[in-house]
Design a protein around this ligand. Sequence first.
Ligand code: PLP
Length: 418
Amino acid sequence: MFDRPIAISLSPNTKPDDVRQAASSLLNIYNWQKGSWEKKVISWFKKYFQVNQVYLFNSGRSALYCLLKSFNIGPGMEVIIQSFTCVAVPDPIIWVGAKPVYSDIDNSLNIDPAQLTQYITDKTKAIIVQHTFGIPAQIHMIKKITQKYNLILIEDCAHSLGATHQGKRIGSFGDAAFFSFGRDKVISSVFGGAAFIRNKSENLKNLSNIYSSLSYPDYKWIVKQVIHPLAFFFILPLYNYYLGKFILYCFQKITLLSKPIEPIELTGGLPSFIPYKLPNALARLAYHQLKKLSLFNVRRQAIARFYFRQLKDINNIFLPPDNKEAIYLRFNILVKNRDKLYRFFRQYHILLGLWYANVIDPAGVEFDKIAYTKGSSEYAEKMASLSLNLPTYPSLTDKDSGYIVELIRKYADKNNRR
Ligand SMILES: Cc1ncc(COP(=O)(O)O)c(C=O)c1O
């Protein structure tokens, strides 16, 4: 009774120590916008990635938007991204006035380098490489292509902080990289992000100027985010009862809690909270989580190994690539009748993940507004129709992951016999 429910996206990284940080942050009203925690997060990133300058933003979207501006990307230009992504990636391209061009993916659910050159035109300025679910893309092959065609390479590390490729940290390969500290990302300050540029002094200067011109979000926005871990700490144990769901509904209705994506973003519009600097109150939460990053990722990898061992022989369930350097932010399985399996889990009060059940997620994205043509990325669309994410978040217990495996077996037994 009153156990935390198994739910992939309800504040998955938050533990009591994070709640204490949020409470202290909330009480420290004079330091909500500016303060020393920002500097700590910046130092952490500088050391981890061996870069001279790091800039903090209030989201990955803000970070990407400012990076694109720093590279002078604008009207009449194209930026290649992959299909099987979140609308948060094409949107910043649209906000700067450029056009997103969608490349199909391979079975790692990342951009397929073998197909990439067919999307390059005279207007192509940059390629954004996403390391989906924390599985590294084939970054060396992609880098060769960007070098050959003189394109900017931006790494989208929203899912992959801490992953490596041939021993080198993801985020170290491109001309630039950005990160997200969103509520269900690798580390979380509810909203937040970071970006850096390597070896391009002119663009780095631009980024520094753009960052200086930004403001901090207002107090109301900051409070909404800081309250998030506190609210979930009380709501989650009640979530399996009507009371918990009702409280969450009320909090969202009176907009006491923020939504991860605003409706305007589904049509390529710019929401009011972008672009801003990362406020100090959230930098405090991010820094506290960064200190736990390697523990978090070791745990995620252990859970992924468990799924690999336990699910390998189940008919009609296909597992992600087994990559020892991946961090498996989510463990994405492919299954026919995905929605049926999702509903089956709901009967047991378990909420699995549906990133990217829509080829450009979430549901409701207007494809024509973000320049996506339905049917253009055949493989990505197929993967979107089959994908279901199993949780690997750090507080998932062995009992929880064992229960998930047990339910998948039960479902497969029932359905494969027919
Ligand atoms: C692959 C990917 N890139 C970028 C982003 C943007 O991050 P944020 O939510 O912090 O703006 C997201 C998350 O929505 C994402 O999933």
